[in-house]
Design a protein around this ligand. Structure first.
Ligand code: ATP
Ligand code: MG
Length: 388
C-alpha cells in the first residue's frame, strides 16, 4: 500500500547551527534501524527525512515505520505513497490509502512550490471528492477520523497516511557517549532510555557476581539490552565480574555500609570505562529517597570521587511513572524476571541512610581495590547488540 516513510523530527529543527549534523545523525540511525529489513537510502528533504521502502518486503513495512517512529529525535512518522505531482496520481494514491479504512476524513494539502499548476485549495477539493466518490466516506474538516496530508513540489508528492507519534528529543549520538550503569532492575533501563532521548549514545555496563547472581542474570540483562537496542542502533553491553571486588569489601566493611561501597566500586570501574570509551558522562537510575541507598546523604557519599557529569534522569520521578515508561519501552517484563542483583549480597537489613564519604573512604583504605578493579576490567564480557 505505502512505499515510503516520512519522518518529521522534533527539536533538531529548531537548532539551526547544528541542524545538518542532527539530520545526518537521525538519517544514519534510521538507516541502521531499517538495515535488518533492507538497505534503504534516507533522503534529507526540507524539514523532514524520507526513506523509500521499495526494497522492504510488504509484510515488513508496518514494522519498519514503527521502528522509525520510535527513534529518539522523531516527532512523528507516517507511512506514505510517493507519486508524481499531478492531481491524477495523487488521487489514485489517496484513494488507495483511504479505501483501507472507514469513517470521516480530511485532506490537508500543501503545495511547496508556486510553479505547480494547481494550488492547495484545488488539491483539497479534488482529492477529497475522489475519496468520497470511491469510498463513500464523509468529509469532516474539524474532527476527522483520518487525516491525509498531501505535500507536493514540482518533482514529487507524498500522500501520507495517519502519523505515528515519536518520542521527541534528540537523535542518539549528537550529545556524545555515556556509560550507563545498567542493573537488572526497573529503573536503570529507563534512565538509559531517557539519556538516549537526549542524544546520548549509551554504552551499558552491568556488574554481576557470577557465583551469587548465577547465569540467569546474563540472559536477563541481555534481554533488557535487546529492548534498549530498539532505540539506539547497536548497543554495547559490557558485563563486569564483581565477585572479587565484593569479597574484598565484605571482608572489611560493616554490613550497613556494604551496599554503598559496592556502588562506589561500580562507579570507579565505570569511571575507567568512561576514559577507555572516551565517554562524556555516567548515567545512573537513582531517584531521591526511593530506597535506603538513595537518600541525599548516601547519594552524595556514593558519588563523591566520581567525575561529573553524573546523569540521573529519574532523580525526581515517582516510581509509578518510571514503571509506566518501562512498560511502554518494553524493558519492564525483563526487569521483573527473577535474578538477584549483586548489590544485595550480604548487606544489612537496615542499611545506613546517612553515610558519609569519609566513612566509606575509611573502609576503602583497608581494601586493596585497584588490582581487583583492573582484573575486573580485563575479564569483562562484551556484547554488541544489533537492531533485530
Ligand atoms: P534499578 O532498578 O536500576 O536496579 P534501584 O532502585 O534498584 O535501581 P539500586 O539497586 O540502589 O537502585 O541501584 C541504583 C543504581 O545503581 C541503578 O539504577 C544502576 O544505575 C546502578 N546499579 C545498581 N546495581 C547495578 C549493577 N549490578 N550493575 C550496574 N549498575 C548497577
Ligand atoms: Mg536495583
Amino acid at each position: 500500500m505505502f512505499d515510503h516513510v516520512v519522518v518529521h523530527y522534533a527539536e533538531i529543527g529548531t537548532k539551526s547551527g547544528n541542524r545538518s549534523m542532527f539530520e545526518k545523525a537521525l538519517a544514519r540511525n534510521l538507516r541502521e534501524m531499517i538495515a535488518p529489513f533492507a538497505a534503504v537510502r534516507v533522503r534529507r528533504e526540507t524539514g523532514r527525512l524520507t526513506c523509500s521502502l521499495a526494497d522492504v518486503a510488504e509484510a515488513d513495512r508496518a514494522a519498519v515505520v514503527a521502528a522509525a517512529a520510535r527513534q529518539p529525535g522523531v516527532a512523528h512518522a507516517s507511512p506514505a505513497v510517493r507519486t508524481a505531482p499531478t492531481i491524477e496520481a495523487m488521487c489514485t494514491a489517496v484513494v488507495a490509502l483511504a479505501s483501507t479504512r472507514s469513517g470521516s476524513f480530511k485532506i490537508a494539502a500543501r503545495r511547496s512550490e508556486k510553479t505547480l499548476p494547481f494550488d492547495s485549495r484545488a488539491m483539497n477539493v479534488e482529492l477529497g471528492a475522489a475519496v468520497q466518490a470511491a469510498t463513500g466516506r464523509p468529509v469532516d474538516v474539524h474532527t476527522p477520523d483520518d487525516m491525509y496530508v498531501v505535500e507536493a513540489d514540482s518533482h514529487r508528492a507524498y500522500v501520507r497516511d495517519a502519523r505515528i507519534a515519536g518520542p521527541g528529543g534528540l537523535p542518539v549520538g549528537v550529545s556524545g557517549k555515556v556509560i550507563s550503569l545498567l542493573s537488572g532492575g526497573i529503573d536503570s533501563p529507563v534512565a538509559s532510555y531517557l539519556a538516549m532521548l537526549r542524544g546520548c549514545r549509551v554504552v551499558a555496563v552491568h556488574f554481576w557476581n557470577r557465583s551469587y547472581s548465577g547465569e540467569g542474570v546474563r540472559e536477563k540483562v541481555l534481554a533488557i539490552g535487546r529492548a534498549l537496542a530498539r532505540f539506539q542502533p547497536s548497543l554495547r553491553l559490557e558485563l563486569v565480574p564483581f565477585e572479587d571486588i565484593q569479597q574484598e569489601i565484605v571482608a572489611a566493611a560493616p554490613a550497613e555500609l556494604r551496599m554503598l561501597l559496592y556502588r562506589r566500586a561500580m562507579l570507579r570501574v565505570a569511571g575507567a570505562l568512561r576514559s577507555r570509551h572516551k565517554a562524556a558522562g555516567l548515567v545512573l537510575g537513582d531517584s531521591v529517597g526511593q530506597v535506603a541507598s538513595q537518600t541525599l546523604p548516601n547519594l552524595a557519599a556514593v558519588y563523591e570521587g566520581a567525575a561529573p557529569p553524573i546523569l540521573t534522569p529519574l532523580i525526581a520521578m515517582n516510581k509509578m511513572d518510571v514503571v509506566r515508561i518501562a512498560e511502554r519501552i518494553g524493558t519492564y517484563e525483563s526487569s521483573i524476571l527473577p535474578g538477584a542483583d549483586c548489590c544485595s549480597l550480604l548487606v544489612a537489613r537496615h542499611p545506613s541512610t546517612r553515610a558519609t564519604a569519609a566513612a566509606l573512604a575509611e573502609v576503602e583504605a583497608q581494601c586493596d581495590l585497584e588490582p581487583l578493579v583492573q582484573a575486573a576490567l580485563a575479564e569483562r564480557e562484551i556484547h554488541v547488540i544489533a537492531p533485530a
